[in-house]
Design a binder for this molecule. Structure first.
Ligand SMILES: [Zn+2]
Length: 321
């Protein structure tokens, strides 16, 4: 699984760099300021402060690094179809210009993150609303002579910090989806150029592997439709639009049952023919035959009475026995 590992390393180093940069450049200062203003009872100023939470400066400062990682992800994907040799890939040999989907990856990532930051702001706003309500209530009780205590907002900074940590999850998602799509894009471009009409999906099989990916491991699909879909996804500048036109496969029991019975044509129609199958997906595309037949799980309907985790453990055990 060396190939999956290098893809995961790329994605994690991108996510970590962006997250640390965002904390240093933006998040920590704003959380500190909003907490100080809140503790001083200046609630509207505190709320104005959390509106300043933004990924924009981080993306701008790291544009070159994101472009580099995008290029590496694409090259890595191509190398899955050149027996792991990067120097033999189309791009490294100068046989193709840098594709638009790669060039635009940093801007697409920024568009996605700008939507996510609004949810982070809303969560921080909720923390401030609750703290303000608590303070008002304490002040009223004090005025009524019930309690003579200055309202102390316990742990406001730590609550704000927790709300803001969800920004880290947004960065993880954006980094994963971007690198995963670019690796698939590279793999498909190289496969097409090689004249290989089909590819196989290779997943990491461990206890974290979801029911969707366990079913997709080893499956074989056509290159042409997958290449067109991946290219389109990379050129979609509005990630919300993408989320509504290409929903992820459902991991509910019913969703998994349906997925198991779908034909390859149906899966292709839904866009569920190549990774990513969700954010955080570790699947990659490899030449047909690279996935050992013994590691492919043959699925029987999920046994009743098992929890999702128990069913997963049973499936993995049968795959690795
Ligand atoms: Zn999965």
């Amino acid at each position: 699984m060396a190939e999956n590992t290098s893809f995961i390393t790329l994605e994690e180093s991108l996510a970590r760099k962006l997250y640390l940069d965002w904390r240093r450049r933006n998040a920590v200062e704003i959380v500190t300021r909003a907490a100080r203003l809140g503790n001083a009872g200046e609630w509207s100023a505190a709320k104005r402060a959390v509106k300043e939470l933004s990924f924009a400066a981080t993306i701008e400062a790291n544009f070159g690094f994101i472009e580099q990682t995008s290029l590496k992800s694409y090259l890595l994907g191509e190398s899955f179809f050149t027996e792991g040799r990067v120097k033999d890939t189309l791009l490294a040999r100068g046989d193709e210009p840098i594709p638009l989907g790669v060039t635009l990856a940093a801007s697409t990532m920024l568009a996605g993150l700008e939507q996510s930051i609004r949810r982070v702001q809303e969560q921080a706003m909720l923390v401030l609303d609750e703290a303000e309500a608590e303070e008002t209530q304490a002040a009223e009780e004090a005025a009524g002579g019930m309690v003579v205590l200055k309202a102390v907002i316990v742990g406001l900074a730590s609550k704000l910090n927790t709300a803001v940590v969800s920004g880290g999850a947004a960065i993880d998602t954006a980094a994963n989806l971007s690198t995963s799509r670019l690796a698939s894009f590279g793999a498909l471009s190289q496969a097409q150029q090689n004249g290989q009409g089909r590819f196989q999906i290779s997943e990491v099989l461990d206890r974290r592997t979801c029911a969707v990916c366990r079913r997709m491991h080893g499956k074989i699909f056509s290159v042409a439709p997958a290449l067109a879909q991946t290219e389109e996804a990379l050129l979609t500048s509005n990630p919300m639009e993408l989320a509504s036109s290409n929903p992820w496969p459902s991991t509910s029991r019913q969703g998994i049952t349906d997925l198991t019975s779908m034909t390859d044509e149906e899966l292709t129609g839904k866009g569920w023919n190549k990774p990513p199958f969700h954010s955080g997906c570790r699947g990659i595309l490899v030449p047909v035959g690279d996935v050992g037949a013994s590691s492919i799980i043959s699925f029987v309907p999920l046994a009743t009475g098992l929890t999702g985790a128990e069913a997963a453990a049973a499936e993995i055990a049968s795959a690795t026995s």
